[in-house]
Design a protein. Structure first.
Length: 274
């Protein structure tokens, strides 16, 4: 069962200043990867607007790691002094989460910067992936026994050299399989040693097991080269990327609320007194 997440702050204690007054909520900075595909910027901009709709009054900004403006470093530089929480629109752990976000925060010493966990894996992503599959032609009702033997899904992701990123994608595939009741195999548009299975290889393996209705689910936040490449390999239907799905906006706010209760990146780097 998908956990109920309302989008309301999980705790009000963090909004209380030491003198008892009310502190302003940290600015939520959405961190997108960036893409040369013009649809990507439009998609993450729409997602930012949906987040604002779900949490009126919360300051929401957008920054990109590369390829698109505004760059994250510029977004942080333009932010007045205060607190900010980086929420990566990334679906697993990897170099961008572990290195690029802390580096950007270190380059903004005028800010108290925290970082949220990546979006995935999470049941809300499985919910959004299911919606996108149905939009592409997946049966909207639960499959019968005979249909379950024919159907399968390839969860197409970008790929990473980080084994933890691969583990996160595999966990996301398991959540989607639990929701759909059919096999879901994770595969990668840019294979590495940690993420070796390509989308065509996964499709071929499923076909060898008698899966004649294999769909490709796009485990991407926004359109781009890898999402298009994965969709082109689909033998049946290919779903659109997650985009500005309402569940994605809810998950962004959930990660933000979680991060508001954890130490900032600067505090995490500070040596512990002995």
């Amino acid at each position: 069962m998908t956990p109920r997440i309302t989008g309301r702050p999980g705790s009000r204690l963090r909004l209380v200043a030491p003198d008892g007054g009310r502190r302003p909520a940290p600015t939520l900075v959405l961190v997108a990867h960036g893409s040369r595909d013009p649809r990507a910027l439009a998609t993450v901009t729409a997602l930012a607007e949906r987040v604002r709709e779900q949490r009126p009054g919360l300051a929401v900004r957008l920054g990109h790691i590369e390829l698109n403006e505004p760059l994250l470093t510029d977004t942080l530089a333009a932010q007045p002094s205060g607190r900010a929480v980086l929420v990566p629109l990334l679906l697993g752990r990897g170099r961008h989460v572990k290195r690029d976000l802390p580096a950007a925060a270190a380059g903004a010493p005028h800010l108290d910067v925290g970082a949220a966990a990546p979006l995935g894996p999470h049941p809300l992503l499985a919910e959004a992936l299911h919606t996108r599959l149905v939009e592409a032609g997946w049966p909207p009702r639960p499959l019968g026994t005979a249909a379950r033997r024919r159907h399968a899904v390839v969860l197409a992701a970008a790929g990473s050299r980080d084994p933890e990123s691969a583990a996160d994608t595999e966990a996301a595939a398991a959540l989607l399989a639990e929701r759909l009741g059919v096999p879901v195999v994770a595969a990668y548009a840019a294979p590495t040693a940690a993420c070796a299975r390509t989308v065509p290889e996964a499709i071929g393996a499923l076909a060898g097991r008698g899966r004649t209705r294999t769909a490709v689910a796009a485990y991407f936040t926004a359109p781009g080269r890898f999402a298009t490449q994965s969709a082109d390999a689909a033998p049946w239907i290919a779903a659109a990327p997650l985009g500005a799905h309402p569940s994605l906006a809810r998950l962004v706010l959930h990660r933000y609320d979680q991060a508001c209760g954890t130490p900032s990146l600067a505090e995490q780097r500070r040596p512990t007194a002995v």
